[in-house]
Write a protein that binds this ligand. Structure first.
Ligand SMILES: [Zn+2]
Length: 306
């Protein structure tokens, strides 16, 4: 993401802001910046032309003074990119601005080629495309981007074809997990607490059970989880109400309990309230699962920045 300080910097330095990054060219070098949790990241696209000068550059960046002064938390060089992580405090963007003004003009003397493609390392002559792949920025030839996209997609195809597991065993596992959640629900109600929040546990256990019984990680997983969770929330609600009634009327047969629900609107209202509350919490856990399942099944996220 791009916070206010970074946005301001981008504006004053002619960088574009899109897809969670500020990016563009500074001193002829392609850079991207973003904000994380108490950090700022700098991606500097460059390829070193000889090892000796690269080692000298590493020594420069790794020196204690530089690390301390610029609050550099981590540094990595891969895919023709130098990635630096800065500890984010007040004034960090100003500090990074100073860093860039200090570092970039020196880069040519360390043999760091500007304007290269992160994929092949070749020159782009300004014709590269910025792209964000699974949350990381890259600057590539259009042709490199196409072949990279093709490789990623065909790998995913292979992974999908090799997906093992079955929906049936997954369903059984999810049901067992969900029922465990229902039992906990009833137990919590028996002790006398409001059990709605246990709906969250039903979602959690159903998902765990699904994985434990080697359920297939496909698009059907979500439908199975929704059915199981609905079922288990209903079971949890009824069971919970029943055990709390048992406390008041020991030995109450389940059949009588059911006829109580049918006869008395207050009992019905109590059951319905529990059910809806449980459903709300179960739905919250499902929303989390939904996001994760989508990520698991939809593969790498590739976003071309304009
Ligand atoms: Zn390339």
């Amino acid at each position: 993401m791009v916070g206010p300080a970074l946005k301001k910097y981008a504006k004053s330095h002619g960088l574009a802001v899109n897809g969670g990054f500020a990016y563009g060219a500074l001193y002829g070098y392609r850079i991207a910046l973003d904000d994380g949790q108490n950090i700022k990241r700098l991606f500097l696209v460059s390829r070193f032309t000889d090892d000796e000068r690269k080692a000298a550059f590493e020594a420069l960046l790794g020196s204690g003074d530089v690390v301390t002064h610029f609050r550099i938390q981590a540094r990595e060089y891969r895919d023709n990119q130098l990635i630096l992580v800065f500890t984010d405090k007040a004034g960090t963007m100003t500090l990074i601005g100073e860093f860039l003004d200090w570092l970039l003009p020196q880069l040519p003397q360390y043999g760091a080629a500007a304007d290269v493609c992160t994929h092949c390392g070749g020159m782009t002559a300004g014709s590269g495309t910025w792209v964000v792949i699974d949350g990381l920025p890259y600057y590539m030839h259009e042709s490199c981007l196409n072949s990279k996209t093709q490789i990623i997609r065909s790998n995913e195809e292979t992974v999908r074809e090799n997906l093992t597991g079955s929906y049936l065993t997954g369903f059984i596992g999810a049901l067992l997990g969900g029922l465990l959640g229902s039992l906990i629900w009833a137990g919590v109600m028996y002790v006398g607490f409001i059990a709605g929040i246990v709906g969250f546990l039903i979602g959690f256990f159903a998902n765990k059970g699904y994985a434990l019984f080697k359920g297939k990680e496909g698009k059907g997983k979500l439908a199975i989880l929704i059915v199981v969770i609905l079922l288990c929330v209903i079971i949890g609600t009824l069971l919970g109400e029943y055990v709390s009634c048992l406390k008041e009327i020991p030995g109450l047969p389940f059949k009588t309990f059911v006829s109580l629900i049918k006869e008395y609107s207050e009992v019905r209202a109590a059951v319905l309230k529990d059910f809806l509350l449980g459903l709300l919490f179960a739905a919250l856990s499902v929303i989390g699962l939904l996001a994760r399942t989508k990520r698991e099944t939809s593969g790498a996220n590739i976003k071309v920045l304009k």
